[in-house]
Design a protein around this ligand. Structure first.
Ligand SMILES: [Ca+2]
Ligand SMILES: [Ca+2]
Ligand SMILES: [Ca+2]
Length: 439
């Protein structure tokens, strides 16, 4: 049956082969503006994973990911053809990158468009006419308008083996010609080849940036990945000495507001594998972004200084001081220091042993603590009175405590002068004066 059909078709075949050869060989003939002047032709690079009959531009994959020695199936598609009766095209490639294996008119999943209106075809087996150039052609047997299809579909399939993947390994279409059943042919200008790319094994990197390195309060921070990622969320950020708000972004770019907790270094980390690229590669860890919060807090000072001591008695008073900012080194200053005393600027300690020559009251003594940003805090001003040696205690070692009834005395302009060794002018000289502030 097939044999008789074949022999029945033989004259047509000869005619068609003759036509096709003529079509293929007569590029020098003037190209008429036929019905296919607006048709297109593209290479769909992933035909092995495609079994849809419906052809749309959106479904066409012009890129495929492949590795060395992979075989890929590429479909040549006619787009928006009109009364398509025959076609031919060349596929160009670099033979150092691709090896042509074989060509097919169709597969069970991908029927040939030229046969879609019931026509029979003559398929010219693909020929590698030169290294890196495969020529394909097919024609309907007979030239009947009712068998020539309109629209889009697969016209040929080509299997390639990947020899080597270069940066831009590609296959291109060249010299695509469509012939309609009225024997008008068009050179198809709207063509698109395809690209083979290696698998993405590159992990996204990520950078953290902010306009300022020294910040007083909140700061806008940006996070930029080297390629679009998914799965990057606020909890992926590791913040030391701060919090964040207003996290937003997608793809490769994200941003948020940073709010430092206290003065000092604020550190932002993004660990590895916080997010991943389209191929599932987790990001590499970011270089930590360190800012300095310069919002200073004032130190605090406390302590109850002595108000009285006998001459010959050692005095040592050290205030307590601290700073809410970790690492702030504190120094101390004193105003109206008694001449007989020494002051340690590193500790705030006031020390010394007055003698009878120092009897009297030193007024308005102020001890102040200062942090590295010159923020300071002071103890209330206090007076320190040196009383005479107790007669029963010539060496001053057993000085009696001051009379509590004298503790409430306030400094008074009418108090007798006696600062820094002057006479107290007060019979006993054994009392504490305060500036009236509570300690
Ligand atoms: Ca990647
Ligand atoms: Ca994540
Ligand atoms: Ca401070």
């Amino acid at each position: 049956m097939q044999t008789s059909a074949k022999s029945h078709l033989l004259p047509y075949q000869l005619l068609v082969v003759f036509s096709a050869v003529l079509f293929i060989c007569c590029h020098a003939l003037p190209v008429q503006a036929g019905k296919n002047k607006n048709a297109g032709c593209v290479l769909h690079m992933n035909a092995a994973a495609w079994n849809e009959n419906g052809i749309s531009r959106d479904a066409i994959e012009t890129e495929i990911t492949a590795e060395k020695n992979d075989e890929i199936l590429v479909a040549a598609l006619a787009l928006h053809a009109v009364d398509l009766d025959a076609w031919q095209l060349d596929v160009l490639f670099d033979p150092a990158e691709l090896e042509f294996v074989e060509g097919y008119e169709e597969t069970p999943d991908l029927p040939n468009f030229l046969k879609s209106k019931g026509g029979a075809t003559l398929w010219m087996p693909p020929v590698e006419t030169a290294p890196g150039k495969v020529r394909l052609a097919a024609t309907l047997i007979g030239s009947h308008l009712e068998e020539a299809p309109d629209g889009s579909g697969v016209i040929a399939l080509l299997k390639f083996r990947v020899v080597e993947i270069a940066d831009k390994t590609s296959a291109a279409l060249s010299d695509v010609r469509f012939l309609d059943s009225e024997r008008d042919h068009d050179i198809i200008a709207d063509t698109m080849g395809g690209r083979i790319k290696p698998p993405d094994t590159t992990r996204p990197s990520v950078e953290i940036a902010s306009p300022n390195e020294k910040i007083l309060s909140s700061e806008a921070v940006t996070v930029l990945f080297s390629e679009p990622v998914t799965g990057f969320e606020a909890p992926d950020l590791r913040i030391c000495n701060g919090g964040i708000t207003d996290f937003s972004g997608d793809g490769a770019a994200y941003s948020f507001m940073l709010h430092p907790l206290e003065k000092g270094a604020v550190r932002i980390d993004i660990p590895a594998h916080a997010a991943e690229d389209e191929s599932g590669n987790g990001n590499t860890a970011a270089v930590p972004h360190v800012l300095e919060c310069v919002k200073n807090q004032t130190p605090v000072i406390s302590g109850t200084p002595p108000g009285f001591l006998h001459a010959g008695t050692a005095c040592l008073f050290t205030p307590s001081a601290s700073d809410p900012d970790p690492g702030d080194r504190l120094i101390f200053r004193i105003e109206n220091k008694p001449e007989w005393a020494e002051f340690d600027a590193a500790t705030g300690a006031l020390s010394g042993t007055p003698t009878n020559a120092d009897i009297g009251t030193t007024r308005g003594i102020i001890i102040t603590v200062i942090d590295p940003d010159d923020a300071e805090a002071s103890l209330p001003a206090f007076h320190l009175t040196v009383g005479e040696l107790q007669k029963s205690d010539p060496d001053g070692q057993d000085a009696a405590p001051p009379d509590p009834s004298d503790l409430s005395d306030s400094p008074d302009p009418s108090d007798p002068p006696g600062e820094n060794g002057g006479s107290s002018g007060n019979g006993s000289g054994c009392f504490i004066e305060s500036s009236g502030n509570s300690f």
